[in-house]
Design a protein around this ligand. Structure first.
Ligand code: ADP
Length: 493
């Protein structure tokens, strides 16, 4: 058996990737699926289409690589997190479209719960905030909305799951209803300290225990695929939510190691080891993964506008043709010449938490050109990430030694250099940037003996490029302070 297969079920596409023993990508297959927007703020996926696209790419990647099920040591699953599916255990049919993590329909319920004074207990037990983002209020909504659903759930006729659960249910022909601790920790229902579904939280949200999957470690031989699906049985042996999987794939395996993913938004996670560190800065505390009995925790912060700022330069302003063009344009000037872009296009996330704030471009003169604006756009990504990291360091008391990076915008060398300057620590981009899928593959391969230890997988992690800080600490502090003054002024307005 020469490969491990990762099923990477993302928000816009399903992918299957084969990794060899050195952790290199051998083959990829990918398929997009439909996004449904039934009302403003609502986002749904067809769970059946997700399953069909996922199993199709799994078969396709084997076929394209000329391989059979017997060549695959194990399957690892990583998934868009929080997206909520409810299905009938008898027929395997979903009762409703899946409610996607981006969906805001349960904002009023979150407000009600907050007004009733429940946020503190949710945060203490789950490490999360009362926000529609997480699965718990979405499941509550489904049980309310679908006639008879809550009663049927109480009688054990229905199953809830995040996408990992849904895929495993289907991969095993309905034999297994499980999730892993990293996905469970995004539901608002799972006590990250005890490792159990929390009865009090279930009661507050009026969710019957019988609807929930069993929570298993992130790396374990759970079951094998139904032999009819891929021409033979393959062990399913790893599960992690996408950001946690990426942290594993980046080999951030010891406390204090952190990764930042520069995609549409940015997601920064710092491994805090066996300590679930509570946040004073409204970051999230989450389970990174569970290996055997042991939880590893992380602090997580996210930025809504990362690479999306570059898309705005392209689509909103039309000053570049394609995202990668921003690098040469921004590099054509030595700095932004005092121009600041405050990217509150969708409010500001952690640690500012200003949902009502509007974006602003300030400090322009008659000499300001599109190059300065492009430069200010890169600065905005870098400065937001610096704010997140400062919040993490303050919460954890851990000083970062280096930041590992991935995601589409991490290919931008100028952006990475500016990030190293602004953090004052080296920024390191690995050779294999498919870190999400790789993390899931590692978790599966570790459970089946394809790889032997976490040290074994960490040894595969190789540097593509390292960016060392190139400005003085004084200069770094001056820029950071100017940014913070500008953000405060804008968000106070
Ligand atoms: P996602 O997984 O969120 O869809 P990706 O990891 O594929 O995102 O990254 C795509 C994002 O990265 C887009 O927002 C795009 O504008 C941005 N991007 C891609 N290449 C570059 C680049 N060279 N410089 C800056 N941003 C880039």
């Amino acid at each position: 058996m020469r490969y491990v297969m990762a099923l990477d079920q993302g928000t816009t596409s399903s992918r299957a990737i084969l990794f060899d023993h050195d952790g290199n990508v051998h083959a990829i297959a990918q398929r997009e699926f439909a996004q449904h927007f039934p009302q403003p703020g609502w986002v749904e996926h067809d769970a059946t289409e997700i399953w069909q696209s996922q199993i199709a790419v799994a078969a396709e990647v084997l076929k394209n690589a000329g391989l059979a099920s017997k060549d695959i040591a194990a399957i690892g699953i990583t998934n868009q997190r929080e997206t909520t599916v409810l299905w009938d255990r008898a027929t395997g049919q979903p009762l409703h479209k899946a409610i996607v993590w981006q969906d805001r329909r349960t904002a009023p319920l979150c407000d009600t719960l907050r007004a009733a004074g429940h946020e503190a207990v949710f945060t203490a037990r789950t490490g999360l905030l009362l926000d529609p983002y997480f699965s718990g209020t979405k499941l509550h909504w489904l049980l309310d909305y679908i006639p008879g659903a809550r009663k049927r759930a109480e009688h054990g006729e229905l199953a809830f799951g995040t996408i990992d659960s849904w895929l495993i249910w289907n991969l095993t022909g309905g034999r297994l209803h499980i999730t892993d601790a990293s996905n469970a920790s995004r539901t608002l229902l799972y006590n990250i300290h005890t490792g159990n579904w929390d009865d009090e939280l279930l009661q507050i949200l009026n969710i019957p225990n019988a609807v929930l999957p069993k929570v298993r470690p992130s790396s374990e031989h759970y079951c094998s695929t139904d032999s009819v699906l891929l021409g033979g049985e393959i062990p399913i042996a790893g599960i992690a939510g996408d950001q946690q999987a990426a942290t594993f794939g980046q080999a951030c395996l010891t406390p204090g190691m952190a990764k930042n993913t520069y995609g549409t938004g940015c997601f920064m996670l710092m491994n805090t080891g066996s300590q679930a560190v509570p946040s004073k800065n409204r970051l999230l505390t989450t389970v990174a993964w569970q290996l055997q009995g042991q939880h590893t925790y992380a602090l997580e912060g996210s930025i809504f506008m990362g690479g999306a700022i570059i898309q705005w330069l392209r689509d909103g302003l039309g000053i570049i043709k394609a995202s990668p063009d921003v690098e040469a344009l921004a590099a054509s000037v030595p700095d932004s010449d005092g121009v600041t872009l405050i990217p509150a296009f969708a409010g500001l996330g952690a640690p500012w938490w200003k949902p009502e704030a509007r974006a602003a471009l300030i400090g322009m003169t008659r000499g300001t050109t599109r190059a300065h604006i492009a430069r200010a756009a890169l600065d905005a990504i870098v400065l937001q990430s610096a704010d997140l990291l400062a919040a993490m360091e303050s919460d954890s008391g851990i000083k970062l030694a280096e930041l590992r990076v991935d995601g589409g915008a991490s290919r931008n060398n100028l952006l990475m250099q500016l990030q190293a300057d602004m953090l004052g620590v080296p920024v390191i981009r690995p050779r294999v940037v498919e870190t999400t899928a790789l993390g899931a593959a590692y978790l599966a391969g570790l459970a089946t003996g394809f790889w032997h230890s976490a040290e074994d997988v960490a040894a595969h992690w190789q540097v593509d490029q390292r960016f060392d800080p190139g400005i003085s600490e004084d200069e770094q502090q001056t820029r950071l302070q100017r940014w913070q003054t500008d953000v405060k002024r804008q968000t106070a307005a």
